[in-house]
Design a protein around this ligand. Structure first.
Ligand code: ZN
Length: 242
């Protein structure tokens, strides 16, 4: 059975290598997915901030128009001051000038406050824009890296699977089947060592009689009573050499 265990060890190493490659590819695909989603959200934020900025610009333009109208009214009324005939007219005109000046001042204040809001929006837009650029170059880098690596991964996996095919001929099909069944149920690991009477797959103590049997070596494959992985004594070779 030692030979079967050695072959299973080789097969498991190949399987874990293949799994690692597949997981690396999955990680890339996952990262690309999240960066793409982040770019989408960032684009939406940029476009919303752009709309806000446009609205502010429109409001500022309307205020400019109001300020211009008030200034014109003040200038026109001030000219008329020379043509005043009586106090009643003077009072009415002065009242008009004061009101126009007040309105102008109010519009200017509003404009100032909107202008600083617009400046804030603009710097926020700029920040969002550079964040978007960063995300886009990250996406480009990830996509290019994935493309570059794909061919190498494929070749490596094919090579590994070919060597697996030739190695697996050295064990009985039912042994391989048993390994594969456990492997599928146990996170890709179907064969584990036993160290200090403890299964290194589930880290549960195995019964002494099983351990003795393992160390002695049997014709049967021995499984962990808890996680059912195929077991081998780690120091088997050493003991047998002694
Ligand atoms: Zn176990």
């Amino acid at each position: 059975m030692r030979k079967s265990i050695k072959v299973l060890e080789q097969i498991q190493r190949i399987d874990l290598d293949v799994k690692a490659i597949e997981e690396e590819e999955k990680r890339y695909i996952k990262d690309i997915g999240s960066v793409t989603a982040e770019i989408g959200a960032e684009k939406e934020a940029v476009s919303a901030a752009g709309l806000d900025a446009e609205e502010l610009k429109g409001q500022i333009k309307a205020l400019d128009e109001k300020i211009r109208e008030s200034s014109e009214k003040v200038a026109k009324d001030e000219k008329r001051l020379n043509e005043i005939k009586n106090e009643r007219e003077l009072n009415a005109l002065t009242k008009g000038i004061n009101a126009a000046n007040k309105a102008k001042k109010q519009s200017e204040q509003e404009k100032n406050s909107l202008s600083s809001k617009l400046e804030e929006k603009k710097s926020a837009l700029e920040a969002k824009g550079s964040k978007l650029n960063e995300k886009e170059s990250e996406l480009k880098r990830l996509t290019e890296e994935l493309e570059e690596k794909k061919a190498g991964w494929k070749e490596e996996i094919e090579k590994k699977l070919a060597s697996r095919d030739s190695v697996k001929k050295e064990i009985r099909p039912e042994v391989l089947k048993r390994y594969e069944t456990v492997k599928a149920k146990r996170g890709g690991v179907g064969l584990v060592a036993v160290k200090s009477e403890t299964c290194q797959g589930c880290f549960i103590h195995i019964p002494p009689q099983v351990y003795i049997q393992l160390k002695r070596g049997t014709e049967e494959l021995i499984s962990c009573p808890h996680c059912h992985r195929i077991l081998y004594a780690e120091d088997q070779d050493h003991l047998e050499a002694v």
